[in-house]
Design a protein around this ligand. Structure first.
Ligand SMILES: CCCCCCC/C=C/C(=O)SCCNC(=O)CCNC(=O)[C@H](O)C(C)(C)COP(=O)(O)OP(=O)(O)OC[C@H]1O[C@@H](n2cnc3c(N)ncnc32)[C@H](O)[C@@H]1OP(=O)(O)O
Length: 283
């Protein structure tokens, strides 16, 4: 059997439970998807009123679209982008703010986001505007990251009385080194596109307006290569990056859950939703 068919058939349980997918734009609630020419699967995060904050529904849509493209033999590479203002401004704070520690631990909250990194075909993240908190973490799950000139990366969870929970402490530290990652995570300050490129967090910076076209161009080039060899190449590069990562991710997630046992986490998120400054009580 043709190896591409075998790859597509490898995951029938997921591929066949997905919603039907055509070359026309699909009907997800929180993302737009399209099969672009040259074998490229295109995903645009689409919650403009919330600056693409990552709610549960968005995760479900994204996961479904990624599985669909992964199982589609016509697709060789995937592009994920947001809007010109925001790739994603983080986890949806309003959805998360009333959660309690036992619940976060019981459901292993956020563990499902690791599925994004399990996509076998290469993903190019094209970041314009804010990529903050979970948005920065989602960007770092992509295999290649390119940025528009207006991109701003950050892990501002500290301002909400919590910490990164989707891999930020692990992937950012590996990408830009301990000192700068520590500074960003402890101060919550953002990094601009030029600095992100100079530190290797992103591989290229383009004008904001042409970023998506540049991402599609790169994706078409990748999609024109041998599909199985491309996946093998991705796997080996990731091996260099990920050895030891799983333990780090699990540790980070557990500590993230435990911030839900603090009053300061509750206060930080309530303060955001109520548009006021947080009043820390140190417990
Ligand atoms: C389900 C996934 C869980 C993953 C959790 C993993 C751990 C990660 C945690 C996080 O990611 S915590 C969130 C980190 N991000 C932030 O703290 C950024 C919050 N946003 C801002 O600081 C600002 O919005 C901005 C990005 C600096 C832009 O400011 P601007 O003044 O231009 O716009 P706003 O008026 O503030 O925003 C417009 C609109 O969007 C809503 N919004 C923005 N970010 C979020 C968010 N992360 N969650 C929910 N909603 C968000 C904001 O409230 C505004 O809505 P309205 O008030 O107009 O209804």
């Amino acid at each position: 059997m043709n190896i591409l068919k075998q790859l597509a058939l490898k995951r029938p349980s997921t591929a066949f439970t997905l919603r039907t997918f055509t070359t026309a734009a699909s009907t997800y609630e929180n993302i737009l998807t399209e099969k672009k020419e040259g074998g490229v699967g295109f995903i645009q995060l689409n919650r403009p009123k919330a600056l693409n904050a990552l709610c549960d529904g968005l995760y479900k849509d994204l996961h479904s679209a990624l599985q669909s493209f992964d199982a589609d033999p016509e697709i060789g590479a995937i592009v994920i982008t947001g809007s010109e203002k925001a790739f994603a401004a983080g986890a949806d704070i309003k959805e998360m703010k009333d959660k309690e520690y036992p619940q976060t631990y019981l459901i292993d909250m956020l563990s499902w986001w690791e599925n994004v990194g399990k996509t076998r075909k290469p993903i190019i993240g094209a970041v314009n505007g804010y990529a903050l908190g979970g948005g920065c973490e989602l960007a770092m799950m992509c295999d290649i990251l390119i940025a528009g000139k207006n991109a701003k990366f950050g892990q501002p969870e500290i301002n909400l009385g919590t910490i990164p929970g989707m891999g930020g402490s692990q992937r950012l530290t590996r990408a830009i080194g301990k000192s700068r990652a520590m500074e960003m995570i402890l101060t919550g300050e953002m990094m601009d596109a030029e600095e992100a490129a100079s530190r290797g967090l992103v591989s290229r910076v383009h004008p904001t307006e042409s970023l998506v076209d540049e991402a599609l161009k790169m994706a078409r080039k990748i999609a024109a290569q041998s599909r199985p060899i491309t996946i093998m190449a991705k796997d080996v590069v990731n091996q260099a990056f990920e050895t030891g990562l799983q333990d780090g991710l699990k540790f980070e997630r557990r500590v993230f859950h435990s911030t839900f046992a603090t009053n300061d986490r509750r206060e930080g998120m309530a303060a955001f939703a109520e548009k006021r400054k947080a009043n820390w009580t140190q417990n």
